[in-house]
Write a protein that binds this ligand. Structure first.
Ligand SMILES: Cc1cc2nc3c(=O)[nH]c(=O)nc-3n(C[C@H](O)[C@H](O)[C@H](O)COP(=O)(O)O)c2cc1C
Length: 427
């Protein structure tokens, strides 16, 4: 069995699966049950000045028969008194000394407020702190959460204030509601963050009721933007993790969050640079026991790959993630339809004919049976036909023999630039 232990900026955990700060980590009762189920760590539901919540709070997108493809909430930080939370954190840590308990914090952007809460919370025995600069609703209107997290100077300054007094590692949780997350990630690192985590939720409006015209969810007929999460946000989160992981000035570990539901999702995040992962929506949808499959799956994967510990996968795919300008313009693939598997549904034909490059032909064989064939010389290798094909194995994307040496856009520009310089010199 592989060694699943992780060490994220000094925070040790028996495995990389943590519950994210959210309803599953609202109380000692829940976090302790989660640890019993197998979770390696938990980021406590954000502590701060307890607030009032509204009802209703959640909504979900069900897509094509899959429930909770995306999830949205207008919930705020904890509505339980700080003393109660701290007592339960202390008890939880005493019962589970080897599990990671991280306190998520959010206060107004004032040095004194950050100093006060950090000192009080650290006395409860937490292993680390996570600064919530991410929640996009409710608290943001009061200058906290994503309102802070969208301004790099505020991220840097507040991180710095926390680091002035913190004795435990400080993770800065970033908002995805920003054009370039590396700007705030870098600010966090400059402020002294020991690690960063991402993503918090994405601004969203889930829908509008066609009969009542109420936003979904609504509170007495009125709605407000909420935070989007769950499987639908995974590609956005994965890109943000990867962009930070490959950024030369962001040299702190990353805790990956956003749409993680399976061990495969977790491995993808770790390959793209996350030291560990956090999960919220999947636990809310299926319960704490999903971690059993995650642990089994991760163990089997590492064993099958001959990898002895988690460190053997962290960041290993990052060198493969680059700028568009570094991609090989002379690499060629094309679609090939497997006639033995194809069910002649025509989905690929329609997709290619109407919306791509018109390179699939409908032909008839000697027995009068119709079949589909790709004109490879016209195929641009876009993948669309294989994406819309409902049958696994009916369309393969195959690599064509290379006709030209690798050449990226950046190489091409360099050649052109050199040529232009040469012309200039001879003039
Ligand atoms: C109902 C709900 C409440 C949340 N509350 C918090 C919170 O108090 N603090 C925080 O940092 N993130 C909070 N989050 C965000 C999650 O921690 C997480 O970043 C986000 O849901 C993405 O992960 P997921 O796709 O696994 O759900 C909340 C999310 C949900 C769905």
């Amino acid at each position: 069995m592989a060694d699943l232990r992780i060490n994220l900026a000094g925070i040790e955990s028996p495995n990389p699966f943590w519950l994210a700060s959210a309803p599953p980590t609202n109380s000692g009762y829940q976090v302790q049950r989660a640890f019993e189920a197998g979770w390696g760590g938990a980021v406590w539901k954000t502590l701060g000045d307890p607030i009032l919540n509204v009802t209703s709070r959640f909504a979900a997108i069900n897509f094509n028969g899959k429930r909770v493809a995306g999830f949205n909430n207008i919930e705020l930080i904890t509505d339980r008194p700080l003393d109660v939370n701290l007592k339960e954190i202390y008890e939880t840590k005493k019962k589970f000394p080897h599990h990671a308990v991280i306190a998520s914090l959010m206060v107004e952007p004032q040095q004194k407020k950050w100093h006060e809460i950090v000192k009080r919370v650290e006395d409860s025995g937490v292993d680390g702190l996570e600064l919530n600069f991410g929640c996009p609703h409710g608290m943001a209107e009061r200058g906290m959460g994503s309102a802070s997290g969208q301004v790099p100077s505020l991220v840097e300054r507040q991180t710095y204030w926390v680091k002035e007094v913190a004795k435990t590692p400080v993770i800065v949780k970033l908002t995805p509601n920003i054009t370039d997350i590396t700007a705030t990630a870098e600010a966090a690192a400059n402020g002294g963050a020991d690690a960063i985590s991402m993503i918090n939720t994405i601004n969203s409006l889930m829908g509008v009721d066609l009969d009542t015209w109420n936003p979904i969810p609504h509170v007495a007929g009125k709605g407000a933007h909420g935070g989007y999460c769950g499987p639908a946000v995974k590609p956005i989160a994965l890109n943000m993790v990867a962009e930070c992981a490959r950024h030369p000035l962001i040299n702190v570990p990353i805790s990956g969050i956003g749409g993680i539901s399976t061990w495969q999702d977790a491995v993808e995040f770790m390959l793209m640079g996350a030291t560990g992962v956090q999960v919220c929506t999947a636990a809310m949808h299926h319960g704490f026991r999903i971690v059993e499959d995650m642990l089994d799956g991760l163990n089997n994967y590492l064993d099958n790959m001959g990898i002895a510990s988690i460190s053997g996968i962290i960041g290993k795919a990052v060198p493969k993630y680059s700028d568009w300008g570094d991609l090989d313009l002379n690499y060629n693939i094309a679609a090939r339809i497997n006639p033995d598997v194809c069910i002649n549904c025509n989905k690929c034909y329609i997709a290619c004919e109407d919306t791509s490059h018109q390179c699939i032909e409908r032909l008839t064989d000697s027995t009068g049976k119709s079949f589909l064939k790709v004109r490879q010389e016209d195929c641009v290798g876009c993948n669309l036909c294989s994406i819309v094909c409902p049958v696994d194995g009916a369309i393969d994307m195959i690599e064509l023999p290379r006709e030209l040496q690798p050449m990226t856009w950046n190489d091409r520009q360099a050649v052109l630039h050199a040529a232009a310089c040469k012309v200039d010199i001879t003039k």
